[in-house]
Design a protein around this ligand. Structure first.
Ligand SMILES: NC(=O)c1ccc[n+]([C@@H]2O[C@H](COP(=O)([O-])OP(=O)(O)OC[C@H]3O[C@@H](n4cnc5c(N)ncnc54)[C@H](OP(=O)(O)O)[C@@H]3O)[C@@H](O)[C@H]2O)c1
Length: 512
């Protein structure tokens, strides 16, 4: 029993899995299978004969076996016989080996050495072909440590640097055990399928790009597959031909996300209308945000492979309190916007985000879905999609005279690349939970103007800031603590602003 849990933690501590996640693993022995099933893994277990009830019944009787255990016939000495068992697995626990005391073996090569050595290579060869595979955990033995030509000195301490055979290259005592396969961090998503809703949007396009970069297979939803402006830039991303599938889905159509979420481990729900002036708030904003979110979550809740939903909420669901933040206050994830205040002030977009987040949290609690929420501030940064989104338009408005989209005032800036990255970290980090505000810095719009002007002195300083009374001290701060605990390293506002300007200039949306 102790030996089994040692192997389990070996695998899990380094990959950081979470108790409720479902993964597929391969190989054998009752105690290990029992623990894996208890932890909600899907297990492919190999036995030598499926017809021998003595070898199968105790496994089939385990809790969870009916739903998540499949038995396969495989023999160490039959080349390729493990192939179907390891297929689709993230880990192979290779425990199968003959355990017979050497004294009672008449033909050690046939009975012990070949099944152990060739059999192990047989399993590893099959495992090496599996694209989803992250790691093999091999059950070796103290016997592979202890026996050597020279007897050990009295009082010697035997450790992992000792080998049973002399020609083996020893690890130095201080060397760390290799904990990751080469390139594992970079291609952490290999073999994993995730869904991004509203994929053609500003934030989601970056999210799809980064997910593909990390090896994920992405199911991306757009409103219309026939509109090249919403699809071409996604299809052109690195990795897209091999690992991106586009699906048509609309927040207002019940069940329309069903095929996109099918088979996914995570749904990144970013789709939501981002509109600030509306004639019919319910139809244009509230229903797509709230009912649309529930529509997506209902489909997600039916997916057995699903581990987590990451919802794109907003700082708009944080900041609109009954009273504005006091001077010097630090706004954090314990702050919630007040729907009544939003409604009274006709702040329909904040209301849509507040109600959608609240509905998502309640639905997830009631339906056993794991939900992590990202609350970005005002998102800027380079644009990937061909049509300009509202905050990028707003950014132009803040620095160009006569193009006002948003009023002068305080902005909670954050880079789109950091926001996309935070979504991925919120899925990959098993400890992630609750909300994560994403705000790099709090700046007045005249600060933004100043930074642009410093980088591009030829750019005319907007008239509207000539008489700005802003002193440079923001009236409140926004906490970065939780976002940083997730692993986010914020891009500086100066770099984000410069990259935004460059991107807008490249698209001829800024003319200097
Ligand atoms: N930009 C920001 O500063 C900011 C800050 C905080 C939170 N957010 C949140 O981040 C998410 C993405 O925003 P964004 O800035 O990337 O804006 P965006 O470019 O306008 O993206 C919004 C996405 O939602 C999709 N969508 C809207 N209504 C839909 C519907 N009825 N059915 C299906 N899809 C629909 C849009 O599809 P179409 O392309 O077909 O319209 C688009 O792909 C939103 O949830 C937004 O509230 C944004």
């Amino acid at each position: 029993m102790v030996l089994m849990s040692l192997f389990l933690s070996n695998y899990e501590s380094n990959l950081g899995r979470d108790g409720d996640n479902r993964k597929t693993v391969g190989s054998t022995t009752k105690e290990l299978v029992k623990l894996l099933l208890q932890r909600r893994y899907t297990v492919h277990a190999t036995v030598r004969s499926l017809d021998d009830p003595n070898k199968t019944q105790h496994l089939l009787a385990l809790d969870g076996a009916k739903e998540r255990l499949s038995l396969f016939e495989a023999n160490l000495t039959e080349e390729g016989s493990f192939e179907s068992a390891v297929n689709g697995c993230e880990c192979v626990f290779h425990m199968a080996t003959p355990v017979i005391p050497s004294v009672s073996v008449s033909d050690p090569k046939a009975k012990l050495i070949d099944p152990a050595v060739k059999g192990t290579l047989n399993v590893l060869k099959s495992a090496a072909k599996v694209s989803s595979l992250k790691r093999v955990v091999l059950t070796s033995s103290m016997s592979a440590v202890m026996f050597r030509v020279e007897p050990r000195e009295f009082g010697a301490v035997v450790d992992e640097t000792c080998y049973g055979i002399r020609f083996r290259r020893p690890w130095s005592p201080s060397a760390q055990f290799p904990t990751e396969l080469p390139g594992f961090r970079e291609m952490i998503g290999e073999g994993k399928v995730v869904c991004v809703t509203g994929a053609s949007g500003f934030i989601a396009s970056w999210l799809v790009k980064l997910l593909l970069q990390r090896g994920y297979t992405v199911h991306a939803t757009v409103r219309s597959l026939d509109d090249p402006k919403k699809t071409q830039h996604l299809r052109a991303l690195d990795g897209a031909p091999e690992r991106l599938s586009l699906f048509e889905a609309n927040l207002g159509e019940e069940g329309s996300f069903e095929s996109a979420v099918n088979g996914c481990q995570c749904v990144f729900h970013t789709a939501s209308p981002v509109i600030f002036s509306v004639s019919d708030p319910k139809a244009q904003l509230l229903d797509p945000a709230v009912k649309g979110t529930l529509n997506v979550l209902k489909s997600a809740a039916k997916v057995p492979s699903l581990k987590r939903v990451v919802l794109t909420s907003s700082i708009a669901a944080v900041l609109v309190g009954v009273k504005p933040p006091e001077f010097g206050a630090v706004v954090d994830e314990t702050w919630f916007s007040d729907p009544e205040t939003c409604e009274q002030k006709e702040l329909w977009y904040p209301l849509s985000k507040t109600l959608a987040e609240d509905a998502a949290v309640k639905f997830s609690e009631n339906n056993g879905l794991e939900l992590v929420v990202i609350n970005p501030g005002f998102v800027i940064g380079p644009i990937l999609q061909p049509t300009i989104n509202i905050t990028s338009k707003g950014f132009i408005g803040l620095i160009e005279t006569g193009k006002e989209v948003f009023p002068d005032g305080i902005y909670r800036l954050v880079d789109v690349r950091d926001v996309a990255n935070a979504h991925i970290l919120a899925f990959e980090n098993p400890e992630a939970s609750g909300r994560y505000i994403m705000v790099a810095d709090v700046n007045h719009s005249s600060d933004i103007m100043k930074i642009v002007n410093q980088g591009y002195p030829a750019f005319e300083y907007s008239e509207r800031y000539k008489d700005s009374k802003y002193e440079g001290t923001p009236p409140f701060f926004v906490s970065r603590t939780r976002a940083e605990s997730l692993g986010v390293q914020f891009t500086t506002v100066e770099v984000s602003i410069k990259d935004t300007v460059e991107s807008l200039k490249e698209r001829k949306l800024l003319s200097f």
